[in-house]
Design a protein around this ligand. Sequence first.
Ligand SMILES: [Zn+2]
Length: 184
Amino acid sequence: MTSGSAPGSPPSQGSQRKRGSTKDSVGLYAVQCCECYKWRMISTKEEFETVRENFTENPWFCNRRPGCSCQNPADIEYDSSRIWVIDKPNIPKPPPETERLVIMRGDYSKMDTYYVMPNGKRARCAGDVEKFLEANPEYKNRISASDFSFAPPKVVEATVSHNSAWKAAKAKKQEKADALSAQK
Ligand SMILES: [Zn+2]
């Protein structure tokens, strides 16, 4: 249900498809039912972005999935068998021709959010979006700076604390802090 392209829009239909999309660090999506608190898997990123967009106004219940109810066992357990990151609710859907990616840092300390813009470049902060719109004013009628949210999902420490990369990074940080205090 996208509206037709506005007059004067660049011939982006062809390049839109080819734009190099990097995969982000999320392997699967899940949502928690607001009634029974069970976790249900969401099959696509697009669907997840739709659920997330209006989460406060339109919270998720098991019966939103056809054939599912709160009686059904959970799809997935919230435990440390995998690393969990928790997203903020109400993040706007990425504007057309952009993609929102969240990338885990190598030491699992946090995630970084960025957008792949229609020209294939990455925007890492609101300033980058402003710059893009300045340089490409033809997008101003379709893309608004307020459609972007760089709020990263929060890494759940209890689900990552047994990870060796995370432990090594934490130990290193502690070493550094100790060295600094020893210098004083
Ligand atoms: Zn439920």
